[in-house]
Design a protein around this ligand. Structure first.
Ligand code: PEP
Ligand code: MG
Length: 854
C-alpha cells in the first residue's frame, strides 16, 4: 500500500482573523472558591461584583432575586444563571457576567446544587452568547466538573470564551484559521446531513478550532447545522482551516474523510441514475415528458395518482406547558439521550440490513442532536418560561425554517432531516403528541411517504385513506412490501432520501410496478397514467371474471390456489378473489400487532375464527416465525449481530417452549373443535428440528385428545431443499418460502435495496432448489406448495407448476391474474419450459423464456 500523501496544508493566510474573546467574560469577574451561605447570598455576592464593575445598578440585585421567585434559573449540571427581570433591563449598564465558583455548592432549589453561578448582566441579546457556551459546556460533563474545582480562573475564562464549536455559521467571521487547504465539493447532491455529520464528527475529535469557509460564509466545522447552512453544492470551492497544536493532523483527517465520502456519494448517485434509466415493465411516461422521477424498487404493483403525505412531517401544534426549569432540563436531557439510543439501534439495525451507507442516515440524525445551537436555543426558550416540548419544537422549527428559507434544495432537504429527528425527540418529551403518525392522515386519500415502515405500521394502514406508499429504505421482499401487496396498495421501496424531501401535498404519480415516483407530473403524464391505469383495471376485470374457476390448465392439470392471509376479517376478501384455501397464515402478526404476547385462549379464539371464516376450506397455520426482519420488542429477545442467521423460526420455537406450547395447544384446541387446519413449521434447517417439533406437537395433541392434523414444514433454506428426500417421510407436506430460499440460496439480504434486483426468485439456482424439493417430496408421495412472493407472479406461477409444484399460495389480489394465466397454458408445455429454465444460466435468461409462452 502506498502511504497517503500529506494534505496540501497551506502557509498561514495573509490576514487570519481569529475570534476575539467576548469582553463580557472577564478574569476579574471570576471568583474562585466562593462560599456564600445560601442562594440569596450567592446572588447578592455575584450582583455586587457586577455593580463594582459598573455593569448594573445596585437595585438590579433585587431584580435578580425577584426573578428567582417567578422562574428557575438553574440550568442543570450544577450551573445557575441568575439574571434580572425583563422590565428592569434599564438598570443594566453594560454586558457582562460575574462568575462564582462554589466548590461545596449551594442549594439553589430543592435537590439542585449550584457550583458555578453565572450572574448575567445583558443590555441586549449578549447573554445568548454566554448561554450558548454554557449549554455547550453542560454537554461536556468532564470539563464542567473540572471547572467546579479548578484553581485557575483562566480555565473558566477559556471555557466560556472558547468559540470552538460554540458559534453558529451565521455569527462567525469569515476569516480562515492559520493552517488551511482548499477543496472543491464533488458530492453530486451537495453537502447533506450524512456527510456533514461525518465532517463534524471528525472535526470534534480535535481540540483546536476548525472552520469551513465558502465565499464570505464561514462555519464551525464541529457543528453540523452551520455546516449545512453553508448550502454547499457540487462544484463549490471551500477552504478548510484549523488552528492549535493538532491543526495539521486535523486537516489531514478532514481531507481524508471528505474525499472518502466523495466516492460513496458518487456511487450512490450513479446507482440512482442507473435505476432511473433502467427499462421498466410498468407505465412509461409520454416520450417527450421531462417530469422528474425518483427511482426506487418495485414492491407492489399498481399506479396511484395523488398527493403525498409525509409520515411524521405534517404540521404539528405543540402546547406550551411550562414546567420548572430543572424538571424541563431533565426531561430534555432524557429525551435526547433516549433518542440517541433509539437512533443507535436504528443505525445498527440498518447497517446490518442495508449497509453502512444507509445507516449513516441515522448517524447523521444523531449528529443533529449534538448540535449546540439547537440545545442552546431550547434552553433559552425554557429559561424564558416556555414548556420543554414547545421550546424544543420551536428551536427545531426556527433552525429548520432558516435552512429551508435559503432557497437551496440541498438545505431544504436538511431541514427535513432536522424536523424528522426533532419529532423523534418531541415524542420522547411528550408521547401524547403522536406527531405525524400513520393515524394522523389527511382526509383526502394520499400517497404515504416514510423513511421506512415497520410491518405492523403497514398492516395497520387505513387503505381508505392511503392509496399508495413509498419508502426511502426497505426491500421488495420485506414484510412491509408483502403487506402492501396484501393490502393491494401500489408501493415502492428504497426510493432514497430524496423522497423525504418532497413537500407535503406534492402531487405525484406512483408506479408500484416499475418502482418509480414522479413528483409534479405534467398534465400529459397524468392523462397517460390515468389511461394506463384504466387499461390495467380492464385487464383485471377480465381476469376477475374467471377468478372463481379452478386454476386448471388447458390440458386438465389442476393446481390448488391458496391465499396468504393472517386475519379472519381478510378471509372473505381472499375468497372473493378466488382463493380456495389459506396456504399461509403468518401468526407472527398476532404478536407484532400488539404490545404483549397473546395467550393461549386468545390464540385459540383467533385460529377458531379463522377456520370458521374459511368454512371447511384448508387453513395452513404457520407456527411463529420470529427473527430476521420480524422482531417483536415485547419478547425481549437478546440482540443478535446477524438475526437472519441466528435464532429464527424453528430454532426460536425450540428454545422457547413458552411460545411454542401455548401456540400448539391453541391450534389443537381449534382442531378439536372441528377446525380444518394444518400446522407448518418455519425455517426448518435440520431433521432433528422436525423430529423434535413433531414430538412436542404429538405430546400436546394426545394430552388434549385432539385429532391429528397434517404437519408440514417450510422449505426456506438450501439445506432443507437439498435434503427434502430425507425430510419427506417425516412430514405431511412442504411449502417453499421462496422469499427466504432466495435470500439464503443467493446470499442476498431480502431487504437490501442495492441488491434487490439481483435477488430474483426465478434465478436458476433457486429453481433448482425448488426442483430438488419436488423430487425429494415425491419419493414419499408428499405434496409441495409455494407460498413465497413468486407464486403470485403469473409467469413465476407458471414455471412453478412446470416444476411440479401442486399448490400456490399468494396475496389475494394476485390470485385472479395467476389463475387466468394458468388457465391459458398447457401443463406439458410448462414442464418443457421448466426444464429449459433449470438449464438457464441467469435469472434474466429465465425471464426471457416468458416470451415463449403462448
Ligand atoms: C418466504 O420466506 O417465502 C415466506 C413465505 O416466509 P416469510 O416471507 O414470512 O419469511
Ligand atoms: Mg420465510
Amino acid at each position: 500500500m502506498t502511504p497517503a500523501a500529506p494534505p496540501p496544508v497551506s502557509p498561514p493566510p495573509v490576514s487570519p482573523s481569529p475570534i476575539a474573546p467576548p469582553a463580557i467574560v472577564r478574569r476579574d469577574l471570576i471568583r474562585l472558591n466562593a462560599s456564600p451561605a445560601d442562594k440569596a447570598a450567592a446572588i447578592r455576592e455575584a450582583a455586587q461584583m457586577l455593580v463594582a464593575a459598573g455593569l448594573i445598578a445596585p437595585a438590579y440585585a433585587g431584580s435578580m432575586e425577584r426573578r428567582e421567585a417567578v422562574a428557575n434559573t438553574f440550568l442543570g449540571a450544577g450551573v445557575a444563571i441568575p439574571h434580572g427581570m425583563v422590565e428592569d433591563r434599564g438598570m443594566v449598564r453594560g454586558n457582562g457576567v460575574a462568575i462564582l465558583q462554589i466548590r461545596d455548592g449551594v442549594t439553589w432549589n430543592d435537590g439542585q446544587t449550584a457550583r458555578l453561578v453565572v450572574a448575567i448582566a445583558a443590555t441586549s441579546d449578549a447573554h445568548i452568547g454566554i448561554l450558548r457556551r454554557l449549554t455547550r459546556l453542560l454537554q461536556d460533563e468532564d470539563r464542567l466538573a473540572r471547572l467546579m474545582v479548578t484553581d485557575q480562573p483562566g480555565d473558566i475564562l477559556r471555557a466560556l470564551t472558547d468559540d470552538a464549536g460554540a458559534a453558529g455559521g451565521s455569527g462567525m467571521p469569515a476569516g480562515d484559521l492559520p493552517r488551511s487547504f482548499t477543496w472543491t465539493v464533488d458530492y453530486p447532491t451537495g453537502l447533506h446531513a450524512r456527510p456533514a455529520a461525518s465532517w463534524a464528527d471528525t472535526a470534534r475529535r480535535f481540540a483546536g478550532p476548525i472552520r469551513v469557509r465558502h465565499g464570505t460564509e464561514t462555519a464551525d466545522a464541529k457543528n453540523m447545522i452551520p455546516l449545512l447552512q453553508l448550502g454547499l453544492r457540487a462544484g463549490d470551492e471551500i477552504t478548510v482551516s484549523a488552528d492549535g497544536a493538532d491543526a495539521d493532523r486535523a486537516l489531514e483527517r478532514m481531507r481524508a474523510v471528505m474525499t472518502r465520502i466523495s466516492a460513496e456519494e458518487q456511487t450512490a448517485a450513479r446507482r440512482a441514475a442507473e435505476r432511473a434509466a433502467a427499462p421498466t415493465t410498468g407505465w412509461t411516461p409520454p416520450a417527450d415528458d421531462r417530469s422528474p422521477v425518483i427511482a426506487g424498487l418495485a414492491a407492489s404493483p399498481g399506479l396511484a395518482i395523488g398527493r403525498v403525505h409525509l409520515l411524521a412531517t405534517g404540521p404539528l401544534t405543540v402546547p406550551d406547558r411550562p414546567v420548572p426549569l430543572i424538571e424541563g432540563g431533565d426531561i430534555l436531557h432524557d429525551a435526547l439521550q433516549l433518542t440517541r439510543e433509539q437512533l443507535k439501534v436504528l443505525a445498527d439495525d440498518t447497517a446490518r440490513r442495508l449497509g453502512a451507507a444507509e445507516a449513516g442516515i441515522f448517524q447523521a440524525q444523531a449528529g443533529l442532536l449534538d448540535d449546540a445551537d439547537l440545545v442552546t436555543l431550547t434552553c433559552q426558550l425554557m429559561v424564558e418560561g416556555h414548556g420543554v416540548a414547545w421550546s424544543w419544537h420551536e428551536a427545531v422549527e426556527r433552525q429548520a425554517s432558516a435552512l429551508a428559507r435559503l432557497d437551496n434544495p440541498v438545505l431544504a432537504a436538511r431541514a427535513a432531516d432536522l424536523r424528522d429527528v426533532g419529532r423523534r425527540v418531541l415524542l420522547r418529551i411528550d408521547p401524547s403528541l403522536k406527531a405525524g403518525g400513520a393515524d394522523d392522515l389527511p382526509d383526502e386519500p394520499c400517497i404515504l411517504i416514510a423513511p421506512d415502515l415497520s410491518p405492523s405500521d403497514t398492516a395497520g394502514l387505513d387503505t381508505g385513506r392511503v392509496i399508495g406508499l413509498a419508502t426511502a429504505q426497505g426491500g421488495p421482499t420485506s414484510h412491509t412490501a408483502i403487506l402492501a401487496r396484501t393490502l393491494g396498495l401500489p408501493a415502492m421501496v428504497a426510493g432514497g432520501g430524496s423522497l423525504l424531501d418532497l413537500e407535503p401535498g406534492t402531487r405525484v404519480i406512483l408506479d408500484g410496478q416499475a418502482g418509480r415516483l414522479y413528483p409534479d407530473p405534467s398534465d400529459a403524464a397524468i392523462a397517460s397514467a390515468t389511461a394506463w391505469a384504466a387499461e390495467q383495471q380492464a385487464q383485471r376485470l377480465r381476469d376477475a371474471e374467471q377468478r372463481g374457476l379452478p386454476a386448471r390448465t388447458r390440458d386438465g392439470h389442476t393446481v390448488e390456489i391458496g391465499a396468504n392471509v393472517n386475519r379472519p376479517d381478510q378471509v372473505a376478501m381472499a375468497l372473493d378473489q378466488g382463493a380456495e384455501a389459506v396456504g399461509l397464515m403468518r401468526t407472527e402478526f398476532l404478536f407484532l400487532e400488539r404490545s404483549r404476547t397473546p395467550d393461549e385462549d386468545e390464540q385459540y379464539a383467533y385460529y377458531r375464527d379463522m377456520a370458521a371464516a374459511l368454512d371447511g376450506r384448508t387453513l395452513i397455520v404457520r407456527a411463529l416465525d420470529i427473527g430476521g426482519d420480524k422482531q417483536v420488542a415485547h419478547l425481549g429477545l437478546p440482540h443478535e449481530d446477524n438475526p437472519f442467521l441466528g435464532v429464527r423460526g424453528a430454532r426460536l420455537l425450540l428454545r422457547r417452549p413458552d411460545l411454542l406450547e401455548p401456540q400448539l395447544r391453541a391450534l389443537y384446541r381449534a382442531a378439536a373443535d372441528g377446525a380444518r387446519l394444518s400446522i407448518m413449521f418455519p425455517m426448518i434447517t435440520s431433521l432433528g428440528e422436525v423430529l423434535e417439533l413433531r414430538r412436542i406437537a404429538e405430546g400436546i395433541r394426545t394430552e388434549l385428545g385432539a385429532p391429528e392434523v397434517p404437519l408440514g414444514i417450510m422449505v426456506e433454506v438450501p439445506s432443507t431443499a437439498i435434503q427434502a428426500d430425507i425430510f419427506a417421510p417425516h412430514v405431511d407436506f412442504f411449502s417453499i418460502g421462496t422469499n427466504d430460499l432466495t435470500q439464503y440460496g443467493l446470499a442476498i439480504d431480502r431487504q437490501h435495496p442495492d441488491l434487490a434486483a439481483e435477488a430474483d426468485s426465478l434465478h436458476p439456482a433457486v429453481l433448482r432448489l425448488i426442483a430438488m424439493t419436488v423430487d425429494g417430496a415425491r419419493k414419499s408421495g408428499r405434496w409441495v406448495g409455494v407460498c413465497g412472493g413468486i407464486a403470485g407472479d403469473p409467469f413465476g406461477a407458471a414455471l412453478l407448476v412446470g416444476l411440479g409444484v401442486e399448490e400456490l399460495s399468494m396475496t389475494p389480489r394476485d390470485i385472479p391474474a395467476v389463475k387466468a394465466r394458468l388457465r391459458q397454458l398447457d401443463h406439458v408445455a410448462l414442464q418443457r419450459l421448466a426444464a429449459e429454465a433449470l438449464a438457464a444460466g441467469t435469472a434474466a435468461d429465465v425471464r426471457a423464456l416468458e416470451g415463449r409462452l403462448s
